[in-house]
Design a protein around this ligand. Structure first.
Ligand code: F3S
Length: 291
């Protein structure tokens, strides 16, 4: 069995950058993040071993701590809250998310009704809405867009991880709700690229392994894309791999969600390759076995 790795998998630029900033901060300060820096239990555990603490509320912070802003970004109220408490802020907001926040704020200031396409419960969307002001509206589907009234000026932007096809559908519907629509395509390529590479790989192999947090939306999405094309298993660590999955496979593919670190991908790849070698040894032993 040949094991093929997706050429684009694992941490995106923004997540990698945020983790590096957090680890550098932890070397000199008492670093704290508001919510986990990343949706991956193994990484969160490793970060806590390096002294990076997770809090759920600004009220839990003290002035001796350094607040790491996650790659998802936050609303302006969080910066203000941190400033009031005298907390040092290390801003690891992904520059692509920062761009979406800036466009949302500018559009609102220009009097445009801001629509943010995305999951309204996701921290990135909540942060962008904070920059766009109270009037901004989050929507996820074309059906929700259909319910909007007519506005003189509309601006629409997207959570960075949304699918381009879905955004295009929303944009098309919004054209029926204004004569002046400004479209800010704030979708980040990292997600689409990973999905495209995973799709192509899944089409070429007998079995796919997707590594990532079960609570990570982008990992689950990758797994569902692969599952539409081949037998697919979602795992969090190499320990979960089972020989039986690869019994009839000539080749297997490996990809990982955007919150999966290289060291976990490497462990899984190594174990899959070792399972493969064991299987080959076993079959050559059976071939040579005297009757
Ligand atoms: Fe940034 Fe794109 Fe990752 S927006 S956090 S590089 S998915």
């Amino acid at each position: 069995m040949k094991v093929k790795r997706a050429t684009k998998a694992g941490f995106c630029f923004g997540v990698k950058r945020a983790l590096e900033m957090a680890e550098r901060t932890a070397e000199t300060s008492h670093a704290v993040s508001l919510g986990p820096l990343i949706h991956n239990q193994q990484v969160v555990k490793r970060l806590s071993e390096r002294g990076i603490q997770v809090v759920e509320d600004l009220d839990e912070l003290t002035s001796q701590q350094a607040l790491i802003i996650r790659s998802h970004g936050v609303a302006p109220s969080v910066y203000q809250g941190a400033e009031c408490k005298g907390v040092q802020v290390v801003d690891a907001t992904c520059p692509f998310v920062q761009k979406a926040q800036r466009l949302a704020a500018e559009s609102a200031q220009m009097g445009q009704q801001v629509i943010v396409m995305g999951d309204k419960l996701h921290p990135e969307v909540q942060g962008i809405l904070g920059w766009a002001g109270e009037e901004a509206i989050p929507i996820q589907t074309v059906e929700e867009a259909k319910e909007l009234p007519f506005y003189p000026h509309l601006a629409v932007l997207a959570q960075t991880t949304q699918l381009a096809e879905n955004f295009a559908g929303i944009v098309a519907e919004l054209r029926n709700h204004t004569d002046d629509l400004i479209v800010h395509n704030t979708i980040c390529n990292a997600t689409a690229e990973r999905q495209k590479v995973a799709r192509e790989l899944a089409e070429a192999v007998d079995v796919m392994v997707v590594v990532g947090g079960r609570n990570s939306a982008n990992t689950r999405k990758l797994a569902s894309i692969c599952a539409e094309r081949t037998k697919t298993y979602l795992i969090e660590t190499a320990d979960e791999l089972e020989n039986v999955w690869f019994e009839d496979a000539n080749n297997a593919g490996l990809t990982a969600g955007a919150s999966t670190p290289d060291w976990i991908i490497e462990e899984v790849f190594k174990k899959m390759s070792e399972m493969n070698e064991q299987e080959m040894e076993m079959s050559s032993w059976i071939d040579n076995c005297p009757e």
